[in-house]
Design a protein. Sequence first.
Length: 371
Amino acid sequence: MKRARFASAFVICILITLAAPCLAAQVVVTPTVRLYNPDRSVAGFGSNEPGLYFLIASKWTLAKLPNAVTLLDLGAGQYDLRLTLSPSYASAVPLVSEIRAVEPRALFFPLPSRLDEVSLSLPEALARPVAQLAPEGGVATPIAVYYRLRLDEAGLSALRQLARGGVTLQGAVTYSFAANGTDEQTTAPLSVHLPTGALDLGVAPPATSPTAWLEDILHSAVLDAPGALDGVYDLGQGFGVTLERTRVRGDLRDGTYNLARVANAIRLSPTQENVLEGQIAIHVRELSLDLSLSYSARLAMTLDLDTVRVTVDSLSIGRAALDGHSSPFYGELLSRLTREQALLTKLSNALTRELQARILSKTLFGINDLP
């Protein structure tokens, strides 16, 4: 395995106080009290500046940009794959929403940190890095990393197969920061999941509609939620099941919905029944049975632009089919499950978390105008 090192672009945030000689000295904004995610992991810090907060990236993924993945045909069976990665603050979504409910004008910034190393594990037969940005003594407050991989026909074919199977390229980002006078180091996982259409040659024309930025996010959004449907379900008539090791995958299908700006919100309205399509894997404890099903669902939702909250207004599974099973009993089990409101609520919550995290990552720090 090869390990490639990459550095990042960075932004520098400076608080400037214009002061006459009689005014107080300039305040140096520093992290103070720790802020926690629901799972008790550290989400970020408060600061000594009222209304200003720092967030820590929970992972690094493909940047939420139209050109985050670009495949170039070099001819003679050679290809270059260009990838741009950015930090994800998805785990901090509940915290940000909670703070904004109390402080609508609160500001959030990445925690000032020094990028020490970015590594990506690549099988030699798959691809090799031919261009990279390497950190020289660390880069402050990184917002993006870039690399270019060279592939041949066999490598591209293998990568497409991995993308279809939902497999991701893995790595890690290590960086250090100072908080309350103490130097600390942390490592965030790096995960590159390529949408199926991302490895097609060609460049999409730039979008110009008022909702184009959201269209771009929805086009590339991939729902992958392990454990999202775990739980006990009462299916009526004294029949209940316990679902374990569940995993929901899916994506929004282009051309199946409309987006419209209404006041200070954007609404997604379905035009077809298969807005959301994908697969669900479940283990039924009582039957010691693993099942896989394909589904399509009708979906309507609203994005509040003030609070950056996504609300699923309605979600219904219109088609579901077991993969590899034709038993009437399993068919009845599937039919009851897909009508069970508790399951639909959990599916809605998983979709809400994924979309809200993507939207928040794109809008939180005001980098929408990045090329």
